[in-house]
Design a protein around this ligand. Structure first.
Ligand SMILES: Cc1cc2nc3c(=O)[nH]c(=O)nc-3n(C[C@H](O)[C@H](O)[C@H](O)COP(=O)(O)OP(=O)(O)OC[C@H]3O[C@@H](n4cnc5c(N)ncnc54)[C@H](O)[C@@H]3O)c2cc1C
Length: 507
């Protein structure tokens, strides 16, 4: 990028999928007057069209852009999501919910789960999920937004499940309304500045060119700018996350119920998602092609459909990993162009959102990229990816399943040292590694450890200090308060019907 800019920085976004339109709209909205944004996309190539389950952070994203929740939900056929129901991961027949919420409360500076572990040792504890409002509301198919006070009703968050093919267009409409320019065309060549090596302009199939100061590569798995043009090396994580395909297929609802959670069911060669939207259910089998063929996976997902099938299974191919740097020279990648971690914990859109947030914080407002800002961006993005990676691997590795080659492989494989350290800390003393940024805090790790049968040898000795009977009574009162709170919540579908401004028109 050249001389100090008195003029706005010209940002070119390549790609009009979820990542492209999220990036373009955010920059235009949050850096007004500082940027001029042009987005190039090709209808012929199209978008990946999956990515339906999100994390609670998406709410902050939508709010920050000033988008009204009801119109967003209506446009994307969205439902609410309180967490993920994991089935058959630790052992076949067992399940647990990873909630967007806490388990109990800290007492005397000691986290709740230590009291639970002590009660469990005495044979008095009920499943940890019974101490979480988000889990119990989810299991009862009930929903209401959390309250703002500090009471029990504020101990959870929520995200959305939406139609991926509608989210991009919704963001596109929003982006265009706030000044993003859209150019339709297929990029066939990328020209670089002969002196600096920076990307200078994109050449379209019909000969038009699009020049810019900063390029955001949102070209999906193609990674046309960061990968193909700048040849940023790929760090492959397939040895830890062997799933490399998904067979995706929508089906119709068959009951009145709409679950306020995503379901992930472990399968012989991977796992299968079930994402209930307003108008249909999204299904997909994420699998490893080393262990099952595409045809078998398609047949399996077809056989698993609860309702009439709305389209034939579509196979998507991917690899787990990421570009070593997400920002190199004057090109940074957001979304699939920067890397991919499979959708087991619905993290991909979150990773795109965080990259955009970090870019806005570190944006070269004066027109010149400071390499220290670029390094900081790369450090933050790496940290986000590494945290998610370890958490995903845990779901596969912490298992007793030995019923298929796939599970034997993931159960016995070497895992990253960073994950080994986290698991040792838990196994020794029931402790969770502390960090203050990135994804997945204590409740998430506790949900998966306990849900998949990873038990610690010890727990915090301070739990012996209060009178154990008092602790047991307090825990029983919490369960009762949760039951009462859940009983007062409307059903998920009922809540949506009551707030009909959130409902998409019936086809
Ligand atoms: C099986 C599967 C399930 C997933 N589930 C989830 C989930 O539940 N939750 C979640 O958060 N994420 C999920 N994801 C990830 C999610 O789909 C993506 O993060 C998200 O859709 C963003 O994609 P993208 O915009 O980076 O790429 P794409 O949607 O592929 O968009 C790429 C864009 O680049 C354009 N383009 C490419 N080449 C050119 C060219 N030469 N010229 C012009 N334009 C070009 C294309 O036209 C398109 O507009 C899932 C992914 C997969 C594979």
């Amino acid at each position: 990028m050249s001389e100090a800019a008195a003029r706005p920085v010209k940002v070119v976004v390549l790609g009009g999928g979820t990542a492209g339109w999220m990036s373009a709209a955010s920059l235009a909205k949050l850096l007004p007057g500082l940027v001029e944004v042009e987005l190039v996309e090709s209808e012929d190539i199209g978008i990946i069209g999956v990515g339906e389950a999100t994390l609670p952070h998406i709410r902050g994203f939508v709010e920050r852009l000033g988008i009204d929740e009801a119109s967003f939900m209506r446009a994307t056929h969205a439902t609410y999501k309180l967490g993920i129901d994991f089935r058959d991961f630790g052992r076949i027949g067992e399940s647990y919910i990873h909630p967007f919420g806490s388990f109990g409360e800290e007492v005397g500076g000691v986290p709740f789960h230590h009291y639970w572990l002590e009660l469990a040792r005495q044979g008095l504890a009920e499943p940890i999920g019974t101490y979480s409002l988000a889990v119990m509301a989810g299991l009862a198919n009930r929903f209401r937004p959390p309250s703002d006070d500090a009471g029990l009703a504020s101990t959870y968050g929520y995200a959305y499940q939406f139609d991926a093919t509608l989210f991009g267009p919704f963001m596109r409409e929003f982006g265009l309304s706030i000044g993003v320019t859209r150019t339709e065309g297929k990029v066939v060549e990328v020209k670089r500045d002969p002196d600096s090596g920076d990307v200078a302009e994109l050449v379209l199939a019909d000969g038009r060119t699009v020049a810019g100061d900063l390029f955001i590569d949102c070209s999906g798995f193609r990674s046309l700018l960061l990968g193909d043009t700048l040849e940023e090396p790929w760090e492959d994580w397939q040895h830890w996350l062997p799933c490399d395909r998904a067979a995706a297929m929508p089906c119709a609802h068959v009951t009145e119920e709409i679950e306020p959670y995503t379901r992930a069911t472990a399968m012989p060669a991977g796992w299968r998602w079930r994402i209930p939207l307003q108008h249909r259910i999204g299904n997909g089998y994420v699998f490893s092609s080393q262990f099952i063929s595409e045809d078998e996976a398609c047949a399996t997902i077809r056989g698993a459909a609860e309702g009439p099938v709305l389209a034939e299974p579509r196979v998507l191919r991917f690899r787990a990993g990421r570009r070593r740097k997400s920002w190199s020279r004057n090109v940074l990648a957001v979304g699939l162009a920067s890397g991919f971690l499979e959708p087991l914990e619905s993290t991909s859109i979150y990773l795109a959102q965080m990259a955009i947030t970090y870019l806005i914080e570190l944006f070269p407002q004066q027109g010149t990229i400071d390499p220290r800002d670029r390094d900081e961006f790369n450090r933050l993005v790496d940290m986000e990816y590494d945290r998610v990676r370890d958490f995903l691997i845990l779901h596969y590795h912490a298992t007793e399943r030995d019923d298929s080659e796939f599970w034997n492989h993931v159960r016995t494989m070497e895992v990253p040292d960073t994950l080994t350290a986290k698991m040792e800390l838990w196994r020794e003393a029931g402790r969770i590694e502390k960090y203050s940024d990135g994804l997945f805090y204590d409740a998430s790790w506790i949900a998966v450890y306990l849900g998949q049968g990873v038990e610690p040898k010890r727990h915090d000795a301070r739990v012996a200090l209060p009178d154990p009977r008092q602790v047991a009574r307090a825990m029983a009162r919490l369960q009762e308060a949760i039951r009462d709170e859940v009983a007062q919540m409307p059903g998920h579908r009922e809540f949506l019907m009551r707030h009909a401004e959130r409902l998409a028109p019936q086809p």
